[in-house]
Design a binder for this molecule. Structure first.
Ligand code: NAX
Length: 326
């Protein structure tokens, strides 16, 4: 058996974590041969609820669960962490403007970024799930100057998975027939699900669907799927979000399948003309615990306009918190 790795999870008493933690402990994220120590962070008022979650984890008697740490102190939760899933965030309250939301989260993610910088493993892999995920990841990254910016990522895998499922359903296929899905940009309603390079049964997806359905049904439906879940369920996506977080980390740590790629919000190096330093979702191939942006894809005018609109939104979010960045 391998030595245990330390996995920090924030917002650990919340609804996404109620699915996420059990799957990590079961080995779904890092493999059935990798023991884990869960290091759980919550705000002080939620520590009692967190205790209940930890009791349930104990009661599962997971063979791979080598320990549980519970804390309201980021320096305890991130201590020597090899992986961190930043799920906890400040939700939008009544009357809260977008700017207030960005600022409230900037406060949380700057503290967590600093703690990661100070106490986490130098090789830590960070995934930000809490919204606004891309900009929260940017804030954490900027507050961790001693950690390579490539190690901070934001989750667009749920959008990626939604895009695959909706395309497969339209064409009467299964997700197994869909390869090379791409989500560009922000995890928000400006995200761009691009089917120009996606393959269904080995053939380009846009050639198999109606252009009007793609532009006026598919793209808005993928963009608005989160709102549709809230309307139907009366609560936001939880199990599917946890599943996407597992998928994201698993791909990053253990690699993507040959002939396929995944979407990840990552530190832009200027590829495809996207401003350097934004946390922007690109198609990525993962190997040996590292990611690479898929290069050389043709970008037509239809795609370019949408890639730039979501880039613009991310630049505006960054500018709104600029005064709080180191
Ligand atoms: P919940 O409100 O159920 O849980 C959030 C938990 O975070 C709470 O227990 C809260 O006490 C805790 N928390 C708040 N501030 C904290 C801090 N500073 N340190 C540690 N813990 C803190 O929300 P849940 O449904 O679990 O969603 C969590 C986040 O994921 C939200 O921001 C949500 O918007 C976001 N999502 C992101 C998705 C994505 O694809 N990137 C999809 C799903 C989800 O909407």
């Amino acid at each position: 058996m391998k030595a245990p790795v330390r996995v920090a999870v924030t917002g650990a008493a919340g609804q996404i974590s109620y699915s996420l933690l059990f799957r990590i402990a079961a080995g779904d994220m890092l493999g059935k041969d990798q023991p884990v120590i869960l290091q759980l962070l919550e705000i002080t008022p939620a520590l009692e609820a967190l205790k209940g979650v930890a009791m349930e984890l104990d009661d599962c008697a997971f063979p791979l669960l080598a320990g549980i740490v519970q804390s309201d102190d980021p320096k305890v939760a991130f201590k020597d962490a090899d992986y961190a899933l930043l799920v906890g965030a400040r939700p939008r309250g009544p009357g809260m403007e977008r700017k207030d939301l960005l600022e409230a989260n900037a406060a949380i993610f700057s503290v967590q970024g600093k703690a990661i910088n100070e106490v986490a493993s130098r090789d830590i892999k960070v995934l930000v799930v809490g919204n606004p995920a891309n900009t929260n990841a940017l804030i954490a990254q900027r507050n961790a100057p001693d950690i390579n910016p490539r190690q901070f990522t934001a989750m667009t895998r749920l959008d990626h998975n939604r895009g695959m499922a909706q395309l497969a359903e339209k064409l009467g296929k299964t997700v197994n027939d869909v390869k090379k899905m791409t989500i560009w940009g922000n995890h928000s309603s400006t995200q761009y699900p691009d089917l120009h390079h996606t393959l269904v049964d080995g053939k380009i997806a846009v050639d198999q669907i109606d252009a009007d359905w793609y532009a006026n049904s598919y793209i808005p439906d993928v963009q608005q799927r989160g709102a549709a879940i809230i309307k139907a369920r009366g609560a936001s996506s939880a199990a599917s979000a946890a599943n996407a977080a597992i998928d994201h980390m698993r791909s990053w740590a253990l690699g993507t399948a040959e002939g396929d790629w995944v979407s990840m919000g990552i530190y832009s190096d200027g590829s495809y003309g996207i401003q350097e330093g934004l946390i922007y979702s690109f198609p990525c191939v993962c190997k040996n615990g590292d990611w690479e942006i898929v290069q050389g894809l043709d970008v037509n005018d239809f795609s370019r306009a949408r890639m730039q609109a979501t880039e613009q939104e991310l630049a505006e979010e960054r500018d709104a918190v600029q005064h709080l960045l180191p």
